[in-house]
Design a protein around this ligand. Structure first.
Ligand code: 4AD
Ligand code: MG
Length: 430
């Protein structure tokens, strides 16, 4: 029976045929072990010299790393294997013999692995991270579909810059200027006025000169937007969404988390509600902790966020940032003009901001004034302003950065491992 590694549990003590690659091997005079992978999982193939024809044993001994094979054999339960099964091999058919696979089981430097990203993806560790990424995406669709959100796709080529003009990728659009999308938010606001509750999932681009473990040039964002939702309503969606994603990964990716050596006790605590502190309280807290360099009106850097996150075992919302620090579209606090109704969600364990969100300005005159203050072209934003002319309502939304979320939940150090092909400051290859 032809099957995949993920399905072998159905064939215990039965003969199967699996298409696989050789991840690793070891052998002695009497026995050979092939670590096989087929994309769906990993399994050990055992070849006993005395029980198979000589040419099968020789094939197992001489096969090279990453060669592709059809292997036949009997599935057996194996308590010692993390996967629970092994394959007692009876036949090997080499499809393609690999020569000098560059990524050997020894240690390699980061730059070497990044140059070989197209191959590095095959490793057990990278496989686990990609499976967790996939589970987060699956759980995202599940959550929003269940809550009655419609998936809407904003454009990638745009004429506007929601998150400031300094980090834009510019391109020609025939005779016009265009930019790669930094965020679908403004379009999602239009969609929320048409469909009520919407979410997007797509690539976004920022020409950021930051070379940190949290920054990518191209990253994927999930952006929900909700009509008639005020600031506090949006925070509830955020904490329930993030809890759902974390609990789904714990439930469906236990093998992957184990492969990565992730301490899951920290993830188990991630259940709504999440703690909230205001920007003012955060500044006070940082002063108490000895961060004397920061003053009211300054943005937080990675060390500040990490210090704040360390006092909680769950993600923490920092709310009510100074207006001057945030984009033009955020709704001012009705009690205080100098702060806005916004929140950043800071992940535990030093992974930094995973969500940025706010209530949006819904008053026409105020939004127009803000566009002017930010020197934004009223013609390019005419359509966005017009949303406030016809049945304007309070509305809120947020953006979750997928790669930072994957890095946090997987426990990998750098976002370059949480996307299949990272685009970094100095990297466009492969
Ligand atoms: O805080 P940001 O800039 O918010 C927005 O773009 C809003 N328009 C979203 C919205 O309200 N619809 O970005 C949102 C999230 C951040 O919290 C972070 O997780 C991620 O996107 N992010 C990045 N991830 C990787 N590399 C970068 N360069 C990132 N910049 C932002
Ligand atoms: Mg932000």
């Amino acid at each position: 029976m032809k099957t995949t590694i993920s399905e072998v549990y159905k064939y215990v003590e039965q003969e199967v045929k699996i298409g696989a690659w050789v991840a690793n091997k070891r052998s002695s005079g009497k026995i050979a072990f092939l670590q096989l992978r087929d994309g769906t999982g990993f399994i050990q193939g055992v070849i006993v010299k005395s029980e198979v024809p000589e040419e099968v044993f020789q094939a197992a001994k001489s096969v090279t790393q990453e060669s592709s094979l059809y292997v036949t054999g009997k599935i057996q339960k194996d308590e010692r294997s993390p996967f629970g099964f092994e394959l007692l091999v009876t036949g090997i058919e080499v499809i393609h013999a690999a020569v000098d696979y560059p990524i050997t089981p020894k240690e390699h430097g980061t730059e070497f692995l990044m140059d070989n990203r197209h191959l590095w993806l095959r490793s057990r560790r990278q496989h686990a991270v990609m499976k967790i990424r996939n589970e987060i995406i699956r759980a995202t669709y599940e959550f929003y579909n269940k809550q009655g959100f419609a998936k809407i796709d904003p454009p990638i080529l745009t004429g506007s810059a929601p998150e400031g003009t300094s980090e834009l990728f510019h391109t020609k659009y025939f005779d016009e200027d265009a930019y790669l999308s930094q965020s679908g938010q403004l379009y999602m606001e239009a969609a929320a006025m048409a469909l009520g509750k919407v979410f997007s999932f797509g690539p976004t681009f920022r020409a950021e000169k930051s070379k940190t473990r949290r920054h990518l040039i191209e990253f994927w964002m999930i952006e929900p937007e909700m009509a008639f939702y005020e600031h506090e309503d949006s925070l509830k969606v955020q904490e329930e969404y993030v809890s759902h994603v974390v609990q789904s990964v714990l439930e469906n990716c236990s093998l992957e988390l184990k492969t990565l050596g992730r301490d899951t006790s920290k993830l188990e605590q991630v259940k709504a509600p999440f703690p909230r502190i205001t920007y003012d309280e955060a500044i006070k807290f940082l002063h108490e902790k000895g961060f004397n360099d920061i003053k009211w009106g300054d943005d937080f850097g990675a060390p500040h966020e990490t210090a704040i996150a360390e006092s909680y075992d769950k993600p923490v919302f920092i709310t009510h940032y100074p207006t001057s620090l945030k984009p033009f579209y955020m709704q001012p606090d009705p009690n205080r003009e100098d702060v806005v109704l916004c929140a950043d969600l800071i992940a535990p364990e030093g992974y930094g901001e995973i969500i940025g969100g706010s209530e949006r300005i819904h008053d026409y005159d105020l939004l127009k004034q803000r566009l002017e203050e930010h020197n934004l072209d009223l013609d390019a934003y005419g359509w966005y302003l017009e949303l406030r002319k016809y049945g304007s309502v309070p509305h809120s939304g947020f953006g979750l950065g997928l790669e930072r979320t994957v890095a946090w939940i997987s426990g990998v150090e750098h976002v370059r491992e949480s996307i299949p092909f990272p685009r970094l400051l100095n990297r466009l290859y492969p």
